[in-house]
Design a protein around this ligand. Structure first.
Ligand SMILES: CC(C)(COP(=O)(O)OP(=O)(O)OC[C@H]1O[C@@H](n2cnc3c(N)ncnc32)[C@H](O)[C@@H]1OP(=O)(O)O)[C@@H](O)C(=O)NCCC(=O)NCCS
Length: 202
């Protein structure tokens, strides 16, 4: 993968996926994904076209600055937008209790669930984060009720300590999605769990 490094966020092709930077042409796919109640079940609400357009602007500005911002996942054969999965540096207006951090995040269209797509992309970006960016730790977080996302974190070898559970700073007191769980993966553990990925055991 390092050989394919062009800048901080390379374009990567696997047998079935293209992992790449955001482009203006992703707007329609992003709008469709963000307006789907199944996808947004664990977010405060579905998003309007305008809200998704602002999100795309923010992601593109961040990727210009950092080189990466939750990169796009595309179906290689059809070119269809499947969503995003990858590294990000959270920049909410209010700090997270574990800032500063490198996060791995994901959001895919339902047609891409249950096929190991998120897992495949996440493994590549975790490798990029630890080996190329030389991160010491990568975290992931979600609501305590989002078991699909937590299962993915566990499959990737990430670990939760309940003492790290937190209230999301952007949600108001009493919001049903307020309570979040934090999963962490450090470099040593990555080196050990990722051995089984290349053996095809996970
Ligand atoms: C969270 C999310 C990315 C998880 O997607 P996912 O497809 O369940 O995750 P994975 O890529 O790990 O796929 C694993 C599933 O694919 C199956 N699978 C099929 N082929 C596979 C393959 N080749 N390799 C691995 N798994 C495969 C697994 O058996 C597993 O199925 P199961 O969950 O029924 O046991 C997805 O549900 C999503 O986008 N949700 C909405 C947005 C969201 O909540 N984002 C998180 C906010 S923090």
């Amino acid at each position: 993968m390092v050989e394919t490094l062009i800048d901080k966020c390379p374009r990567i092709e696997t047998e079935r996926l293209v992992l790449r930077k955001w482009e203006e042409r992703d707007l329609d796919g992003l709008v469709e994904m963000n307006s789907d109640p199944r996808v947004m079940e664990f977010f405060p609400d579905v998003m309007s076209r305008d809200e998704s357009a602002h999100m795309l602007e923010r992601l593109m500005a961040k990727q210009d600055e950092l080189g990466f911002a939750c990169p796009v996942v595309e179906d290689r054969a059809s070119g269809r937008f499947l969503g995003f999965c990858g590294l990000n540096i959270p920049t909410y207006p209010k700090p997270l209790p574990f800032d500063p951090c490198v996060e791995i995040g994901w959001r895919l269209i339902p047609d891409a669930w249950g096929k190991g797509v998120a897992q495949e992309a996440a493994k590549i970006w975790l490798g990029f984060g630890f080996e190329t960016l030389e991160a010491d730790e990568i975290v992931a977080f979600t609501t305590e009720t989002n078991w699909r996302s937590q299962k993915l974190m566990q499959r990737l070898g990430m670990e939760r300590n309940p003492a790290d559970d937190f209230d999301h700073p952007m949600l108001e007191e009493g919001h049903p999605l307020l309570r979040h769980v934090l999963y962490r993966l450090n470099k040593d553990r990555f080196e050990s769990v990722s051995k089984s990925w290349s053996d095809g055991k996970a």
